[in-house]
Design a protein around this ligand. Structure first.
Ligand SMILES: Cc1cc2nc3c(=O)[nH]c(=O)nc-3n(C[C@H](O)[C@H](O)[C@H](O)COP(=O)(O)O)c2cc1C
Length: 215
């Protein structure tokens, strides 16, 4: 049997799939992100829409995976429960970062920015597009609060099934979208011998400065 600690101590990946130079990237990092996202879609990277969302509450960072549902012009949208830990963190401190890892392409993208709640229209449209079970799940789960048991959640779901039988399910007031407006990007392309390419963009007024970081 393989020892897990020995495995993670010894395993070495060599990154040979591509290179990234200052002149390879587009002037607009939002367009560059969409170009890479498109390549991830074409390469059928599993769960390519999964991103790590990092927030800070009372100086304590925390992170979790959420699904990116839309990207347009430096804005990144995702959805969830406003009363959750991430919701409360973003209420207290709207600065957040996103991280995508697309192993098949040996790429990572780091994004930083400021988060706001999405508009009610945007949240309604997305909520209404979800399957019935997900809609009921949004009502049933007081996300990030302690449960006494699994049964508590399942009983609540059953009660909601009865309550909403044959009726439209509205978006719960505690559920909706957020949108991060990016002010910093890093595009990381793995290279051999840990000499990776890291091309960054920092916003300065209307323009984006492009620079390279040491790996
Ligand atoms: C692949 C994957 C996708 C997820 N997508 C979402 C999502 O879009 N929205 C969401 O609120 N939670 C999503 N989650 C659950 C979160 O990781 C997390 O458990 C939840 O949001 C509660 O986090 P919080 O207590 O920090 O608020 C996802 C988890 C995984 C593993």
């Amino acid at each position: 049997m393989i020892d897990h600690n020995e495995y993670i101590d010894k395993v070495r990946a060599d990154f040979t799939k591509g290179t990234l130079g200052e002149t390879d990237v587009l002037a607009d990092p939002s367009e560059q992100f969409e170009a890479w996202l498109k390549q991830a879609v074409e390469s059928e990277v599993p769960e390519l829409q999964a991103m790590n969302l990092a927030t800070v509450y009372d100086n304590r960072p925390s992170s979790r995976i959420v699904y990116l549902r839309k990207i347009h012009n430096h804005k990144f949208w995702w959805y969830g429960n406003y009363d959750s830990k991430k919701g409360q963190s973003l209420e207290q401190n709207p600065n957040a970062s996103l991280n995508f890892f697309w192993p098949e392409l040996q790429r990572q993208v780091r994004i930083e920015g400021v988060v706001k709640k999405a508009t009610d229209d945007n949240s309604d449209n997305y909520f209404n597009s979800r399957p019935l079970e997900s809609k009921l799940g949004a009502w049933a789960s007081a996300q990030s609060y302690r449960l006494t048991s699994r049964k508590e959640l399942e009983d609540k779901l059953e009660q909601l099934h009865k309550q909403f039988e044959g009726k439209e399910i509205p978006r719960p007031p505690h559920w909706g979208g957020w949108v991060l407006k990016a002010n910093y990007y890093e595009f990381w392309q793995g290279r051999p011998s840990r000499l990776h390419d890291r091309i960054c963009y920092e916003q300065q007024g209307e323009t984006w400065n492009i620079f390279r970081l040491a790996p």
